[in-house]
Design a binder for this molecule. Structure first.
Ligand SMILES: [Fe+2]
Ligand SMILES: [Fe+2]
Length: 227
């Protein structure tokens, strides 16, 4: 089922982020900016992932062990909270020291890895056993209507092959960077993820973009309006 596949894919992306954080911590202060950016993205993606997970929990609540539900509620409250504290520390730590951040980050990494491992062993199989009907709001067939920054470049190119030249024009190597999600790829290439999404979306939905462009061009320039 697609919703559980999506959660598994989220876990792969989140694990990739945790690997980057571990490598950054091993490098020390010189990786300070990388750690800060990845930690910020991780917090945002984790929030989105937890929301998707909780939607499935709602649909399976009747067959779920109350103890597991209670544990999950605690993890889904405490892990984003810890990441918020870490992100605040990154913003306020003017001297780029990792002395205070390192132990918190290691705690977050270990906690998230354990949490994901447990879910993959117990929660996801339970979802798969329980949610056997059609997916709500997810009609069979056809590509996804949209793209988002948590999709990997490989997935975007697979679902929307016309986007490949967009990556090539931006000197993004899909064979080398395809397993990374769009916001990370954008960040690596010095772009805002919204900018990359917009360029890809212009190829996926050309008519919408052309209409928007025409509407913008039809707007009279303010400086041309007589007083
Ligand atoms: Fe979770
Ligand atoms: Fe999860």
């Amino acid at each position: 089922m697609r919703a559980v596949e999506r959660l598994r894919r989220d876990h792969q992306i989140l694990s990739g982020k945790l690997n980057v954080l571990e490598s950054g911590l091993a490098m020390g202060e010189e990786a300070w900016f990388v750690l800060r950016e990845v930690c910020f993205t991780l917090a945002r993606q984790l929030q989105d992932h937890m929301q998707r997970e909780e939607e499935l929990v709602e649909r399976c609540r009747r067959v779920m062990n109350p103890k597991v539900l209670a544990e999950m509620a605690v993890e889904h409250r405490d892990e984003p909270r810890l990441l918020r504290i870490i992100n605040d520390a990154f913003v306020s730590q003017q001297d780029h020291s990792l002395a205070r951040i390192r132990p918190m980050l290691m705690e977050a990494i270990h906690g998230l890895r354990r949490h994901m491992r447990e879910e993959e062993m117990e929660l996801f199989p339970l979802f798969e056993r329980t949610l056997t009907g059609p997916e709500p709001d997810a009609p069979e067939g056809g590509p996804q209507a949209d793209i988002n920054e948590t999709m990997t470049a490989n997935r975007v190119v697979n679902v929307f092959p016309d986007t490949r030249p967009v990556f090539e024009r931006l000197f993004i190597s899909v064979p080398a960077e395809g397993c990374r999600c769009l916001d990370e790829v954008a960040w690596t290439h010095g772009m805002d993820s919204g900018e990359l999404l917009d360029k890809l979306d212009a190829v996926i939905h050309p008519t919408v973009h052309e209409r928007r462009k025409a509407e913008q061009q039809a707007q009279p320039c303010e400086c041309a309006i007589p007083e």
